[in-house]
Design a protein around this ligand. Structure first.
Ligand code: CA
Length: 221
């Protein structure tokens, strides 16, 4: 497994590299935004650990460019910024996880392993087509067919849709959905899940997603 570490502080980069190598990973360090983009799009890395305060460009811009180019590389943001707006921007921009410095290496390692596992499970099911009502999800092309129309969903909306389509008719709790799609111990007061279900209702059909009051949501099968 190859990990790309985007980090401009040599001391931190070396600390992460040493720990990952001791755990059997191959690593490479990128110290600027352009270096990170160049290496990440080559597709040889299994995961990117992304600092937000990078020379040349903000890490959030790097994230946006990568996802904009269709890169599905799992991304764990690791930053000194603990501002909730940055956190939200990172997660909504398609990062898989977000950790703030100072951090314990064991926690970073656990999150890296978790993201790698989730990703390889998705990859193994690449050929799968999932459907409900007149909506078809193609997990390989990441395209969604609604009736006769083909649409594309942002990464996180697609992941949420996939979670529903994998469990048709089953009540999914708010916590399950937040854990699986946002992968983060989320602010329980946040309404982000409802906002995203709203997006899916609008794009895929409001009748598909049933609100189960006090629990979560269910995909009508
Ligand atoms: Ca930095």
């Amino acid at each position: 497994m190859q990990i790309l570490i985007a980090e401009d502080e040599p001391r931190i980069a070396a600390f992460i590299e040493k720990g990952l190598r001791a755990n059997g990973f191959t690593t490479e360090i990128a110290v600027t935004a352009s270096e990170t983009l160049n290496l990440a799009v080559q597709g040889e890395f299994d995961l990117l650990i992304l600092d937000l305060g990078l020379p040349e460009k903000d890490g959030l811009e790097v994230l946006e460019e990568l996802r904009g180019q269709g890169s599905q590389i799992p991304i764990v943001i690791l930053t000194a910024r603990d501002d909730i707006q940055d956190k939200l921007a990172g997660l909504e921009g398609g990062a898989d996880d977000y950790m703030t410095k100072p951090f314990r290496f064991e926690e970073l390692l656990a999150r890296v392993k978790l993201r790698l596992r989730g990703h390889s499970q998705t990859a193994a099911l690449e050929e799968t087509i999932l459907s409900a009502g007149n909506v078809v999800l193609n997990l390989r092309t990441r395209k969604v067919q609604v009736g006769s129309k083909i649409i594309e969903l942002p990464v996180r909306e697609f992941t949420l849709a996939e979670m529903f389509f994998r469990h048709p008719g089953q009540v999914l709790s708010r916590q399950q959905l937040l854990d699986r799609v946002w992968g983060y111990d989320y602010d329980p007061g946040s309404n982000i899940l409802d906002v995203y279900v709203g997006y899916l209702r609008k794009k895929l059909g409001s009748e598909l997603f049933e609100t189960v009051r006090g629990v979560g949501y269910r995909l009508r099968s």
